[in-house]
Design a protein around this ligand. Structure first.
Ligand code: 0WD
Length: 254
């Protein structure tokens, strides 16, 4: 342990101890990283504070990506505390639960725009802010899902959003490459989290992955965390614009 020693990172999207962002935060802290976390509103503050304390992480404040001023405040706090940033994890997505069921064609314009704003545009707006603090180069990582590539039951507008997010990874990789900032995504297999509980028939999706993936099981947030270490550390210094599957191999058969 010490792979991340001396590295300072901001992790967005810890809602509770089941969050994928939490699995990544733990893996980074175990390897010596210094972390900043955010919470979305007062309700999550109570959950995130003890988790941050567990890792000795700094709380950079309230962050709602639909309110640009909260992002500005978070980056200002990070700059004051850390001076610079080496890595950033974006583990944020949202869509109206009602529309993660039934037919994609029923998607409303309002929810389409909101889903794209929170789940796609936020990564670009965060990347822009992070670039200024990544003065020694850096690594940005976001989370995506196989529903971007193939139609998955109930994933609907979120699948369309993840496809746009994966395209953003490639465009951002080009824009930020000159500053030695790498941009990658992990496409995680299904994991029972708060966000996943909004997806219709999620238990069926979990079981389907267990039966059909090459490893015959689902993945854990710890496994996603360990894979994230590769992208956030110098080990992947030659890699950018990549979408890497951490899904027990499901994508080769699904
Ligand atoms: O099976 C899964 N759980 C997979 C998740 C498979 C593949 C990918 N992912 C992705 C998700 O789409 C998301 O991008 O991983 C990322 C993290 O999701 P998670 O760990 O599954 O879910 P959760 O623990 O709920 O964290 C997502 C958090 C939010 O929680 P809620 O439950 O309130 O949606 O994203 C945050 C919030 O903390 N979030 C926001 N943060 C700032 N501003 C906003 C917002 N407007 N909306 C949601």
């Amino acid at each position: 342990n010490g792979l991340m020693a001396g590295k300072r990172g901001l992790i967005l999207g810890v809602a509770n101890n089941r969050s994928i962002a939490w699995g990544i935060a733990k893996a980074c802290a175990d390897q010596g990283a210094e972390l900043a976390l955010t919470y979305q509103g007062e309700a999550f503050r109570k959950r995130v504070e003890p988790l941050a304390a567990e890792l000795g992480a700094f709380i950079a404040g309230h962050c709602d990506v639909t309110e640009a001023e909260t992002l500005d405040a978070v980056f200002e706090n990070v700059e004051k505390k850390f001076g610079k940033l080496d890595f950033l994890v974006h583990a944020i997505a949202f869509s109206d639960k009602e529309e993660l069921d039934g037919r994609y064609v029923e998607t409303t314009r309002d929810n389409f725009l909101r889903t794209m704003d929170i789940s796609v545009y936020s990564f670009t707006s965060i990347a822009k802010r992070a670039e200024k603090l990544m003065t020694d180069g850096g690594s940005l990582l976001t989370l995506t899902y196989y529903g971007a590539e193939k139609v998955m039951p109930h994933y609907n507008v979120m699948g369309v959003a993840k496809a746009a997010l994966e395209a953003s990874v490639r465009y951002l990789a080009v824009d930020l490459g000159g500053s030695n900032i790498r941009v990658n995504a992990i496409s995680a297999g299904p994991i029972k989290t708060l966000a996943a509980s909004g997806i219709g028939d999620f238990r069926y999706i979990l079981r389907w992955n267990e039966y059909n993936s090459p490893l015959k099981r689902t993945v854990s947030v710890e496994e996603v965390g360990d894979s994230a270490l590769y992208f956030l550390s110098h080990l992947s210094r030659g890699v950018t614009g990549e979408v890497h599957h951490v899904d027990s191999g499901y994508h080769v058969v699904g």
